[in-house]
Design a protein around this ligand. Structure first.
Ligand code: OFO
Length: 169
């Protein structure tokens, strides 16, 4: 049985994951307005991943006999300066999510809830992967600077990304 504290914290994290989905959907729309199909695809896949993260947590809460409480999702940013700005904001956002997942893990450890500790490990690992992927893309974007040819090469690379739910989901 989950403690009330942990239940509330998981509900708050579900909201953050769904906010993240919304955050990336807005970025996908911005990239679409620039006709950058690969960037549009990348952020659309990101949106699908975050929806998956939120639903994985939602299902876990139900599985543990918890009470799901859905709350209002904030309006995400919708004005961006450039594709580089989008990636920089993504990196900053993912750092905040990492902190939030770590805080949730700290609470699960404090409450001595082994099932939740085990469940959250997947998110801890996922954040390492996400931050690393985004960091590399920010660096690439910085390297190409104003080079339009470089932008199109990255755009074409990003077209290949597809959403694949993990087999253990
Ligand atoms: Fe981008 O991360 Fe969810 O958890």
């Amino acid at each position: 049985m989950l403690t009330k504290k942990l239940e509330d914290a998981i509900n708050a994290q579900i909201n953050k994951e769904l906010y993240s989905a919304y955050f990336y959907l807005g970025m996908s729309a911005y990239c679409n307005s620039l006709d950058l199909d690969g960037f549009t695809n990348f952020f659309h896949v990101q949106y699908q991943e975050e929806t998956f993260h939120g639903m994985k947590m939602y299902n876990y809460l139900l599985e543990r006999g918890g009470h799901v409480v859905l709350s209002q999702i904030d309006t995400p940013p919708q004005d961006f300066k450039s594709p580089l700005d989008v990636f920089q904001q993504t990196l900053e956002h993912e750092k905040i999510v990492t902190k939030s997942i770590n805080d949730l893990m700290d609470l699960a450890l404090k409450e001595n809830d082994h099932a939740t500790i085990s469940f959250l490990k997947w998110y801890v690992d996922e954040q390492v992967e996400e931050e690393s992927t985004i960091n590399k893309l920010v660096n690439k974007m910085r390297l190409i600077g104003d080079n339009v040819g470089g932008l199109f090469i990255i755009d074409s690379e990003l077209k290949a990304r597809v959403f694949t739910p993990p087999p253990t989901a």
